[in-house]
Design a protein around this ligand. Structure first.
Ligand code: GLU
Length: 393
């Protein structure tokens, strides 16, 4: 079954973790050569591949005399500044041997959050793919401060999967896949070959299994697989240190953990709202508004908002929370913080009197909203026709 699954695909994102291509003293050139040979073979047989590679920080930290992982952000950034060009030099040489050229793209979260920049980034990757040049993406660590960070390349790779409209995400890690318990402490732990849906039971298995070298542990990999699944894309987590792992995977060998795509796919726009845009604030809603959104597929009107937190402008993503602070939905707001503070708790019919203008009746329209508890069912079915109804006071 697996070989048919792999043969039916064409466009793939491969994420290579720092733990796969680093040793204690820096980058592992031999491992990069072996992986590049496998990727070269896939490229020659017609697959379109985008690489997301970590390793900049571990490639550069030696020059700063750092053992282990750099702790402060400035040190990480300095290590990445040194290491990123080194990383690319390795890839350039390795893929040259395979007859391919490479192009580097460094992204911050803002590049994928802002719609225009997202489309620009998409065009760049597509153009490289059209020219058969291998895009190699990493986070732009040297400039990424907390607010604009992806944080780890697992998350970045799932967003890239949506960006390039890939059909498969392969996460090459330093573990053999997802196990029912932590294999480092439990020799009897069993590998889970296939996961149909990432739910709480599966998340519990990830525990705190972290990598010694990279940023992401199993939790971030599961998040990545979940995001990809909702976009209709499968994910495989395999051990990138296993010799010729990609080759063996594409021969159909039962390796690692395969996460199947969700049966119902989220639209690209909603996926972007739910997972790519970073919420800039929180709107706390009364019970009536929560029920209207969760149970009846309604938009959010100002009357249902009790309080507000954060700093956001028009077009930013905000979390919609109940009064206990639990996030029930995420959406794009039509009003900025100052405006929401003035109109919250008020009827939509009074917006114009209060502000002197009115963009919309609602603060977050249903089409720009993804409901947390059942993101697929209630959300995807709704459209502008039920605009506003029951959150109106
Ligand atoms: N962007 C970081 C690097 O290149 C890696 C982040 C991660 O390990 O996920 O070193």
């Amino acid at each position: 079954m697996r070989d048919r699954f792999f043969k039916s695909l064409n466009r793939i994102v491969i994420k290579i973790g720092s733990g796969v291509i680093s040793t204690d003293s820096g980058l592992d050139g031999d491992r990069i050569d072996v992986l590049s040979a496998d990727i070269g073979a896939l490229l020659r047989s017609g697959y379109e591949i985008t690489l997301v590679s970590s390793g900049a920080i571990s490639a550069g930290k030696g020059d700063l005399n750092i053992q282990g992982r750099p702790q402060s952000i400035p040190l990480k950034q300095a290590a990445a500044a040194i290491g990123q060009s080194r990383l690319m030099r390795y890839y350039k040489r390795a893929f040259h041997e395979q007859g391919f050229k490479v192009g580097q793209i460094l992204l911050t979260r803002d590049d994928l959050t802002d719609r225009k920049r997202y489309l620009n980034a998409r065009n760049t990757v597509r153009t490289l793919l059209d020219y058969k040049i291998l895009p190699i993406i990493n986070e732009n660590d040297t400039v990424a401060v907390e607010e604009i960070r992806f944080g780890d390349n697992d998350n970045l790779s799932s967003m890239v999967t949506a960006l390039v409209e890939a059909q498969l995400l392969i996460i090459l890690s330093d573990v053999d896949g997802l196990f029912d318990r932590d294999p480092r402490h439990h020799p009897e732990a069993r590998r889970i070959p296939v996961v149909e849906k990432v739910g709480s039971q599966i998340e519990a298995m990830a525990g705190d299994t972290g990598s010694q070298v990279g940023t992401g542990g199993m939790i971030t990999k599961l998040q990545a697989a979940k995001r990809a699944a909702l976009y209709g894309v499968g994910t495989v987590i395999v051990n990138g240190r296993t010799p010729h792992i990609l080759n063996r995977l594409f021969q159909g060998e039962d390796l690692g953990t395969l996460f199947l795509p969700a049966a119902e796919k989220m639209s690209a726009r909603k996926h972007w709202i739910a997972f790519t845009k970073k919420p800039r604030g929180k709107l706390f809603l009364d019970d009536g508004a929560v029920a209207a959104i969760v149970n009846h597929g309604k938009s959010l009107l100002p009357s249902g908002i009790r309080s507000v937190e954060g700093r956001f402008g028009r077009g930013d993503a905000v979390s919609l929370c109940d009064l206990n602070g639990r996030e029930i939905a995420r959406g794009v707001t039509d009003y900025d913080l100052g405006e929401v503070m003035r109109i919250m708790g008020k009827k939509s019919s009074t917006i114009k009197d209060i502000l002197g203008y009115k963009y919309h009746e609602d603060v977050v329209h249903r089409d720009n909203m993804v409901v947390e508890s059942s993101p697929l069912k209630k959300d995807e079915g709704s459209n502008g026709s039920n605009r506003n109804a029951s959150t109106r006071s």
